[in-house]
Design a protein. Structure first.
Length: 68
């Protein structure tokens, strides 16, 4: 899976959307990564609510999801 950046709300915030997501296709998630946290949002509702998790739990989730 590859990602491409999109505009964010913070000065250095870069959101990345999966290359599996298209502009005319189904909704996907985007993530913005900092050293300590990962912010997650719906790519079709970028102004909507965001979920913020720690970097370690996100890493565990991604590892688990990649193997299941």
């Amino acid at each position: 899976m590859m990602s491409s950046p999109s505009a964010g709300h913070g000065l250095d915030e870069k959101w990345f959307k999966s290359s599996y997501s298209t502009d005319d296709g189904p909704a996907c998630v985007e993530v913005a990564v900092t050293p300590d946290t990962v912010r997650i949002r719906d790519s079709k509702r970028t102004e909507g609510p965001h979920l913020t998790v720690g970097a370690a739990p996100w890493s565990t989730f991604v590892s688990y999801a990649a193997h299941h």
